[in-house]
Design a binder for this molecule. Structure first.
Ligand code: NDP
Ligand code: MG
Length: 386
C-alpha cells in the first residue's frame, strides 16, 4: 500500500510545490487529506485533482463554501482541532502551514507516531520542549523540508551518536537576502516591494520578509538545535549568495560535508516524502560541467542583528524562542500592512525580548500563554514605532 499523505497548508508556496512533487508520483503516494487557510477555491481544485477524502479549513465559516465546491463526498473539518485530526490519520504529514498556526499539526503528527515532513519551523521552535517529548512516540520522526536542515540531515547520515559528538559545527548557509552589503543608513529606506524581492528563492510573504531581515536564519539556528540535538554554540551561519550549497557539517577531524543543488524546494520536499528512498526527479539538478563559482562570507551582525537575537534567545530560557518567534510574526505582519518600517521589525522583536519573562514550558497551554504574552508586548511596541 502507498503511504498516506496529509498536506496541511496546501495552498501556499510549500504546499503547491508539494503537490507538484506528488503529481509526479501519483502511484507512490496516496493523498488522503489537504488543508488550507482561506484559499478555499484552490483547495477544492486540488481536492478534486487528487480525489482527497478529508479536507480542512482554518475557519468554521468557510466550511459551507468549501462544501458547495466539492460536493457531499469529502469530510470537511475546521480550525486547529480539525488540522490536528487530519495530521493523526496519515503516514506522512507535511506541515506547510505558516507561523504559530502550525503547532497543532506538529504536535498531533508526532504524538500519533507519524512522519512529520516539516516546513513549519515556527511551531518547532516555539514548542521545542514539547516537541522533544512527543518525538519519543514510537514511529514518530521528523524529516526537515527546510533546505538547510534537509542538507544537514543528509550530511549527518553517518553520524549516529545522540548529540553528534563527532561534529564540530553545523554550518547553515544564508543567501544574505536582497539587502546583502547594504549599510544601516540604506536599510532605513527599505520598502515593502524591496523586501519582497528575494534574490534566489520564491517563497510565501512571511518567510520572504524573514529572509530579508535574516531573522529566518536566526530561526533556523534554533530549528537546527532542536532538530539535531546540538547546542547553538556548535551552530554557525555563513553567507553564500549563490544558494547552491544548502548547508554543511564540519566534523571533528576537519572534514566538511556539504549538500549542493540549484535552489528548488521540490528537492527537499521529495527527500522528505521519499526518505530513505530517493525519488528520481532531478529537481534542482546541476550541470557540473558548467563553470561556476561559489562564495562564502560572514554575515554582517551590525546591519542584521536578528541572528544575534536568536542566539541570545537560545541562552535566555526555554520559553525565549517562543517569544522571539511570536514577536517576529506580529512585527512582520505589521510591516506587510504598512504600519512599521522594515528596520522596525527587528527593533520590535528586540524590545519584546528585553521584557522576556521565563516560565514553565511543559504543556500546550504554557506555549500558548508565552506566545500570547509576546504578541501583546509586540503590539504595544508597534504602536510606539508606527
Ligand atoms: P505561504 O504563506 O505561502 O503558505 C502558508 C499556508 O498556510 C497556506 O496554505 C495558508 O492557507 C496556510 N495557513 C495559514 N494559516 C492557516 C491556518 N490557521 N490553518 C490552516 N492553514 C493555514 O507560506 P510558505 O509556503 O512560504 O511557508 C510555509 C512554512 O514553510 C513556513 O513556516 C515557512 O517558514 C516554511 N518554509 C518555507 C519555504 C519556502 O520556500 N516557501 C522554505 C523553508 C521553510 P491560505 O493561503 O489558504 O490562507
Ligand atoms: Mg531555509
Amino acid at each position: 500500500m502507498s503511504p498516506r499523505v496529509a498536506l496541511l497548508g496546501a495552498t501556499g508556496s510549500i504546499g503547491r510545490q508539494t503537490l507538484d512533487v506528488l503529481r509526479r508520483h501519483r502511484d507512490e503516494f496516496d493523498v488522503v487529506a489537504l488543508a488550507a487557510g482561506r484559499r478555499v477555491e484552490e483547495l477544492a481544485a486540488s481536492a478534486r485533482e487528487f480525489s482527497v477524502a478529508r479536507l480542512g479549513v482554518a475557519r468554521t465559516e468557510d466550511r459551507e463554501r468549501l462544501r458547495a465546491l466539492v460536493g457531499d463526498g469529502p469530510e470537511i473539518v475546521a480550525g486547529p482541532e480539525g488540522l490536528a485530526a487530519l495530521a493523526r490519520e496519515a503516514d506522512i504529514v507535511v506541515n506547510a502551514v505558516v507561523g504559530f498556526a502550525g503547532l497543532p499539526v506538529t504536535l498531533a503528527a508526532l504524538g500519533a507516531g507519524r512522519r512529520l515532513a516539516l516546513a513549519n519551523k515556527e511551531s518547532f521552535i516555539a514548542a521545542a520542549p514539547l516537541v522533544e517529548r512527543v518525538r519519543a512516540t514510537p514511529g514518530a520522526e521528523v524529516i526537515p523540508l527546510d533546505s538547510e536542515h534537509c542538507a544537514i540531515h543528509q550530511c549527518l547520515a553517518g553520524s549516529t551518536a545522540p548529540g553528534h559528538p563527532d561534529v564540530r559545527f553545523l554550518w547553515l548557509t544564508a543567501s544574505g537576502g536582497p539587502f546583502r552589503g547594504w549599510s544601516p543608513q540604506q536599510l532605513v529606506g527599505v520598502t515593502r516591494e524591496d523586501a519582497l524581492r528575494h534574490p534566489t528563492w520564491s517563497m510565501g510573504p512571511k518567510i520572504t520578509i524573514d529572509s530579508s531581515t535574516l531573522m529566518n536564519k536566526g530561526l533556523e539556528v534554533l530549528e537546527a538545535s532542536g532538530l539535531f540535538g546540538v547546542d547553538v554554540d556548535r551552530i554557525r551561519v555563513v553567507v553564500h549568495p549563490e544558494s547552491i550549497v544548502h548547508s554543511l557539517v564540519e566534523y571533528v577531524d576537519g572534514s566538511v560535508l556539504a549538500q549542493l543543488a540549484r535552489p528548488d524546494m521540490r528537492l527537499p520536499i521529495a527527500y522528505g516524502l521519499g526518505f530513505p528512498a530517493r525519488l528520481d526527479d532531478r529537481w534542482g539538478a546541476m550541470d557540473l560541467a558548467e563553470r561556476m563559482s561559489l562564495s562564502f562570507e560572514p554575515p554582517d551582525a551590525t546591519a542584521f542583528p536578528a541572528i544575534g537575537l536568536a542566539y541570545a534567545a537560545a541562552r535566555a530560557g526555554a520559553a525565549a524562542p517562543a517569544w522571539l518567534s511570536a514577536a517576529n510574526e506580529v512585527a512582520v505582519a505589521a510591516f506587510l500592512e504598512g504600519r512599521i518600517r522594515w528596520v522596525d521589525i527587528v527593533a520590535v522583536v528586540a524590545t519584546v525580548m528585553d521584557q522576556f519573562v521565563d516560565g514553565p514550558m511543559t504543556e500546550v497551554v504554557d506555549v500558548v500563554r508565552h506566545d500570547a504574552a509576546a504578541r501583546e508586548r509586540a503590539a504595544a511596541a508597534i504602536t510606539v514605532h508606527s
